[in-house]
Write a protein that binds this ligand. Structure first.
Ligand code: SF4
Length: 109
């Protein structure tokens, strides 16, 4: 599957972006925000993903909008971003593509 130039650009943004440093999820275990946490070793005692818990982490986050915008532009919708679940992000991404609002004007092309 090929990805667009804009998607590649968005994925690179995260390296130099300032907003992740203000994220409310810094230090939060992956399983809290990723329903499919494939990086965690199999541990039956490990707590499972819980939507309400994930939304609670994101609710007070000062960079919800930046996080969601980045996730939708980079097409990284496996985890929770901006308080939205993966399926909600896919729906929101489709809506933005349809309305031509996915990309900021300077990146659209
Ligand atoms: S919105 Fe949620 S996932 Fe995104 S940076 Fe904030 S706490 Fe982390």
């Amino acid at each position: 599957m090929s990805i667009s130039r804009q998607t590649r650009q968005a994925r690179r943004e995260i390296v130099t972006a300032e907003w992740p440093k203000r994220a409310a999820c810094i230090g939060v275990p992956l399983y809290v925000l990723y329903p499919e946490d494939r990086s965690a070793r199999r541990d039956e005692k490990r707590p499972r993903f819980n939507k309400a818990k994930a939304r609670k982490v994101c609710a007070p986050c000062p960079v919800r909008q930046e996080c969601l915008d980045w996730a939708l532009r980079s097409n990284d919708t496996e985890g929770v971003h901006g308080g939205l679940m993966p399926d909600e992000q896919v729906a929101e991404r489709r809506r933005r593509v349809r309305n031509k609002t996915l990309w900021p004007a300077q990146l659209a092309g």
